[in-house]
Design a protein around this ligand. Structure first.
Ligand code: KG4
Ligand code: ZN
Length: 310
């Protein structure tokens, strides 16, 4: 069950206070609907898993408080989940036609709030090898889309138009960042200046060239990500590479990774669309794995807005 929040679109981004109020209103009905749809009585629930962080504090507080109360009320164990770890472990949701990664592997987690390359040694032992120093890659997509006048969240729309355009139509500079870290704020600025200059020459520029602009932006972002992944593979000697997080729904990134199987000799893992953007199943799979490991939390646990995986 998903309670979507149309409110974000209206404001061109997530307004934290509005998001947490909507969470508060939706959480009880959503849980009721999920139980009804699964045809499961709440007495059959073995444990309650919840997102502890990272994320917006208001929304995390709603989920954490609700999960703690529900676990106490049902007298079942409570399991805290790191949202970014869940994006990675979503690969272990068993699906007939999907292969699960073997350890160790590298995970590129790309979402609206994060961009990380993670060394995954096992379910619970992970090390962040590199991350963004400023904007997340999802933000780069969304902010570029905003410059082009597209509604929030613009990532999926950039993807859609990019499929109709020429990725080499325009060249945007790639940032120079040491090691395995990323930076996306410069790209956004160069896109902004480029669009301002072009629309001054021709007010119809965006309209006439939307597909080419989107394709070129997406092409640049994919290259930034792939360059760092190649570096990480070289550095670690690990050729098993997984992607996760909302931006892994991007068709260009999926294709580029797929291609790396033949060009680079990597073994790649690409999640199904429904497990890319935020979903409850990914929290459920971590809950399940931790449950088997007897890894429970007690009632003193608190939400954590900044929560680095380890
Ligand atoms: O993981 P996610 O659902 O939420 C966070 O944890 O942030 O990621 C949301 C991000 C948004 O920035 C959205 O624009 C981006 O994922 N996104 C995409 C695509 N689908 C979602 N970006 C590019 N192409 C897509 N197809
Ligand atoms: Zn996410």
């Amino acid at each position: 069950m998903v309670a979507t929040q149309k409110i974000h679109e209206e404001f061109g981004g997530v307004v934290p206070e509005l998001a947490s109020r909507a969470h508060q209103q939706n959480i009880v009905p959503v849980v009721h609907q999920a139980l009804a749809k699964a045809n499961i009585d709440k007495k059959l629930v073995s444990a309650i898993a919840f997102t502890r962080g990272p994320g917006l504090m208001g929304s995390l507080l709603v989920g954490t408080s609700f999960a703690k109360s529900l676990a106490m009320g049902l007298d079942v164990p409570l399991i805290e989940v790191n949202h970014m770890q869940a994006h990675i472990l979503a690969h272990f949701i068993e699906e007939e036609d999907m292969e699960t990664p073997s350890f160790p592997f590298l995970a590129l987690t790309i979402s609206g709030g994060h961009t990380q390359i993670v060394l995954v040694n096992n379910y619970f032992e992970m090390e962040v090898l590199g991350e963004t120093l400023d904007d997340a890659v999802g933000e780069a997509f969304d902010k570029s889309a905003k410059i082009l006048g597209l509604p929030y969240p613009g990532g999926p729309l950039v993807d859609k138009y990019a499929q109709l355009g020429d990725p080499r139509a325009y060249v945007f500079p790639k940032p120079k960042v040491d090691g395995l870290n990323f930076s996306f704020s410069g790209l956004k600025t160069s896109i902004l200046y480029f669009i301002q200059k072009k629309t001054k020459e021709d007010p119809e520029f965006i309209k006439k060239n939307l597909a080419d602009i989107c394709a070129s932006i997406q092409y640049t972002i994919i290259h930034i990500l792939l360059d760092k992944l190649k570096k990480a593979v070289k550095q670690t000697g690990i050729k098993h590479v997984a992607i996760g997080g909302g931006v892994s729904a991007n068709s260009g990134i999926r294709a580029a990774l797929q291609e790396a199987e033949t060009t680079m000799g990597w073994k790649t893992y690409i999640p199904k669309f429904e497990y890319c953007t935020d979903n409850a199943a990914m929290i459920g799979i971590v809950g399940y794995l931790k449950y088997l490991d007897n890894n429970f939390s007690d009632q003193s646990i608190t939400a954590k807005a900044r929560y680095i995986i380890s």
